[in-house]
Design a protein around this ligand. Sequence first.
Ligand code: S3P
Length: 427
Amino acid sequence: MELKVKSTIGLVGEVSVPGDKSISHRAVILGSLAKGTTQVTGFLRSEDCLNTARAFMRLGVSISWPFPDVLEIHGNGLDGLREPGDVIDVGNSGTGIRLITGVLAGQSFYSVITGDESIRRRPMGRVVEPLKEMGAMIFGREGGDKAPLSIIGGELWPISYQSPVASAQVKSAILLAGLFAEGETSVTEPTLSRNHTELMLKGFGADVRSERTTATVVGRPQLNAQSVQVPGDISSAAYWMVAGLIIPNSELTITNVGINPTRTGIIDALRAMGANLVLENIREEAGESAADIVVRTSSLHGTEIKGELIPRLIDEVPILAVAAAVAEGDTVITDAKELRVKETDRIATVAVELAKFGVSIDELPDGMVIYGRSELTGTECQSHGDHRIAMSCAVAGMAASGETVVHDTECIRTSYPGFEATLASFA
Ligand code: S3P
């Protein structure tokens, strides 16, 4: 599939974005390990999250859809999963494979988990090693670093793990395995990553503590089914935030967006660039807050993005690079070498694709320098199979002169079904 985008002005009105991807995955996982029926409202029906639901169905959990955006998970408790009859396939989802592997490490049966070509290239050693330390047997290609992974878990013992990376997927895999270990399992990370797992575990009744960058869970809890309300995904909202800021004559409200502080680095970065961005109607539900975000066309300037801010905006770097391209002056992004092991090497793919719009950009080993201010020219770009590259190119196309064609856009449905329709509504 391809997406044709024309130069656009005046984005006015309201848009909503689909449910948060991270929270949707976790709702399926914890709902499957809880006793009773968990109802998830605002569930993200994207390929990534559907694959997580399919995985737990394969593990014997009954999951139903009473309404299009409501998911019901009929959990059988912590020990209610059964050996799958076939390979579990997470598709494109890093969150899916790493978090489910954490759960499988606690099961005494045999399972095999894999994903698409991108997933089979991505590092799994970061979860496999600590899960093996806890007592699981896990095998994979390249010494256990690459999927497919085959797993025989069972009795685990708790660990205190010092993670070399700030990764919510690593932290969550270990905390989920910790549910099956007698005693306290803790993970300390170099800087704080998103904390949806900790918040939701608390909501389901687990004993979880968070102190600075350490999260601790007490094993063998009784998890009880919950009603989960999923807010809109700030990573999806980011496309319209940037579009509203860089496209002339815009005033756009993005409704019901999750603003968990471990995710709002994009708001901080855009404000540091001079964005006129206001949060309205702030509210809280089960530890997760949401707000409406109002953006107005702003003259942006370059900034420096590094350190603790990076995990709080890691998925937004491609669209932030589009904002930086049209900002006055240079933007320097460092401490972000994790971008090299995302769905694609996002330092390389952002640099290659933005250069096609006429942006002057240099790769760094752990980030990039974007030289503003660029006049974007419509072009032909490739998603490289990466949803965030596809959507960032589409927004760049709206701000560019002439027409832009983005090729290979099927991947958008892994995180943002309906993106194309919202885009078309602005044409
Ligand atoms: C996610 C964690 C992040 C993020 C990904 C979703 C999660 O990955 O990039 O899109 O839901 O836990 P890492 O944990 O690899 O940083």
